[in-house]
Design a binder for this molecule. Structure first.
Ligand SMILES: [Cu+2]
Length: 156
């Protein structure tokens, strides 16, 4: 029975990953989209909240699920949405940055294996001021547009 309960406890921990913090930066609602078919690329999204009066930047991301991990944004070029690598993603002072489909995201190039719904994997985010924090990223369905029922209360 104790063994059974501990398995449930682990499952709950994985399913409802609590926000993680590095210094004044809090990371919440981290998720990734399941990769479609044989696609070798994937993307992760999350909300970065900055409780400091100084602006910060997400400058790097590390994970061992793919050959490369890059910071990306989307831009419109001649009427077409394209992804572009960026050196950093700004997190405003006392504000937030939302990484979401169609906008900024963490990109995984050359996935070692497909990202399957329900999987979780560790992702280390590196901030210019706040340092490093590792979060558990939950994989959602390929069509998912958000982290689920969690609402964002903070605006800037
Ligand atoms: Cu991308």
């Amino acid at each position: 029975m104790i063994r059974f309960l501990s398995i449930i406890a682990i499952a709950i921990t994985v399913t409802f990953a609590s926000p993680a913090s590095a210094g004044d930066i809090m990371v919440k609602d981290s998720w990734a989209r399941a990769s479609a078919g044989m696609a070798r690329a994937g993307a992760a999204f999350m909300v970065l909240m900055n409780k400091s009066g100084a602006a910060d930047q997400l400058v790097d991301a590390k994970a061992d699920i793919s050959a490369k991990v890059e910071l990306h944004t989307h831009i419109m070029e001649e009427g077409v949405m394209k992804m572009r690598q960026v050196p950093a993603i700004d997190v405003p002072a006392n504000g937030m940055a939302a990484l979401q489909p169609g906008g900024d995201h963490v990109m995984f190039m050359g996935l070692n294996a497909p990202l399957k719904e329900g999987d979780t994997f560790p992702l280390t985010l590196v901030f210019k001021n706040a340092g490093e924090v590792t979060v558990d990223v939950t994989v959602k369905t390929a069509g998912a547009m958000g982290a689920g029922s969690t609402k964002m209360h903070m605006k800037h």
